[in-house]
Design a binder for this molecule. Structure first.
Ligand SMILES: Cc1ncc(COP(=O)(O)O)c(C=O)c1O
Length: 405
């Protein structure tokens, strides 16, 4: 079939494929555990639900401005003041269908085909394909010292005449690493000096642990307002557990936001007004759910890390934030795809292969589910991988028997 070159270059999202797999196995009644998920399971804030219902009840659910309704922009203005100490206007903001679309239209607004976008590795699965969607070139930058904490040199070494943008995602999906103030300051100043766009993907910025405080990249910027080439991405998906509402946003200079809005206007005419109302409800409502979620995730992280330490040879870096742990399982299998498939097949535990995030030998394990899922999931993995495990494992009344060594 004569599909476009771009279509042929795009892989399906591995994390979305895993969600589908989970749904199919669950539907069949299989006792599957999802340690590959990317969404908190806490309840959506009541204010978000009430705002949506109130708008539905008006019976007037129509087109809205392509770049976001004024009430949502006002809520984002307040958010930006509170967390970034920066005063912006509605013209500096676009609301999109998820942080994913905000990122996508940002890349479409700034990158030409063949231009390059650099991001530290491991990276969020979508960055490379987002770049490819516009014919641009993704350039992953693994840290030279083998850690999850890049240094400026790791970025600098990959900058060339085609470099147009850098994406920084901290705390990071999949590693959970929160980059240092020093690194963020270095990158901000470097991008300004080189006149490169800097996209800060801050979708997890408040989901951080051990007393850390969110980092505000604006603090290190010398170029302000219309000269700034920094774009901040955020949204309600993770911090308010509102993944299905699909509302994210970007803050940037007026020109880039206008370009992004023009693009988005032709793509989707903007996010649904109902879901924008929900985001307004969440952003303006009582904020205790965010802190409650953060505390739950920190506790879940501690439980998962303790359990992972019982695996011989598995290297674990304690996550500083997010709800992911990225552990090196290469001692069991050098191929993360093969290992992930083995774990689904033998013990019905879903994990995401590290190869999808640009680091082979690792598995991404999520701790956004229940403690029971974390404990049972890791116990099953241990049973499957440890050659000294007993020959049998019971999952409910199902008996699993090891037929591998
Ligand atoms: C690093 C990162 N950026 C952006 C997104 C997209 O968020 P949203 O669901 O709001 O589109 C995700 C979702 O997993 C993510 O992990």
């Amino acid at each position: 079939m004569s599909l476009s070159l771009i279509a042929k270059s795009i892989k399906p999202s591995p994390t979305l494929a895993l969600n589908e797999k989970f749904a199919i196995l669950k539907e069949k009644g299989d006792p599957v555990i999802h340690l590959g998920g990317g969404e908190p399971k806490t309840r959506v804030p009541m204010e978000a639900i009430m705002a949506t219902v109130a708008h539905v009840n008006t019976g007037e659910v129509r087109y809205a401005p392509a770049d976001g309704i004024p009430a949502l922009k006002q809520a984002i203005i307040r958010y930006t003041e509170e967390f970034y100490d920066r005063k912006v206007t509605p013209q500096h903001i676009i609301a999109s269908s998820g942080a994913k679309q905000a990122l996508m239209v940002a890349l479409q607004a700034i990158l030409n085909p063949q231009e390059e976008v650099i991001f530290p590795a491991p990276y969020w699965v979508s960055y490379p394909d987002m770049a490819r969607l516009i014919g641009a070139i993704p350039v992953p930058a693994p840290a030279e010292d083998g850690t999850f904490y890049p240094r400026l040199k790791d970025i600098e070494d990959r900058v060339g005449s085609y470099t147009k943008a850098v994406i920084i995602n901290s705390p990071n999906n999949p590693s959970g690493a929160m980059y240092s103030e020093e690194f963020i300051s270095d990158v901000v100043q470097f991008c300004e000096k080189k006149d490169i766009w800097l996209i800060m993907d801050d979708i997890y910025h408040r989901l951080i642990f051990d007393g850390r405080k969110p980092i505000n990249a604006y603090k290190y910027a010398k170029k302000q307002d219309e000269n700034s080439k920094m774009i901040i991405i955020n949204g309600v998906s993770k911090q308010y557990a509102m993944t299905g509402f699909r509302i994210g946003w970007a803050v940037g200079n007026k020109k880039v936001i206008e370009a992004m809005s023009n693009i988005q206007g032709h793509q989707t005419s903007g996010p649904s007004v109902l879901l924008q109302k929900a985001a307004v409800g969440a952003l303006n409502g009582i904020q205790s759910s965010v802190e409650a979620l953060r505390v739950t995730l920190e506790n879940n992280r501690n439980v998962m890390i303790d359990l992972l330490h019982s695996f011989e040879g598995v290297k674990v870096t304690k996550p500083d934030g997010t709800f992911y742990c990225f552990a090196d399982f290469s001692v069991y299998n050098k191929s993360s795809n093969a290992l992930s498939a083995f774990l689904i097949d033998k013990v019905q535990v879903l994990t995401v292969p590290g190869a999808e995030f640009g680091l082979e030998g690792y598995l991404r394990l999520s701790y956004c589910g229940t403690i029971k899922d974390i404990q049972d999931g890791i116990e099953r993995m241990k049973w499957a991988l440890d050659p000294n495990s007993p020959n049998e494992l019971y999952i409910g009344d199902r008996k699993l028997v090891r037929d591998w060594s």
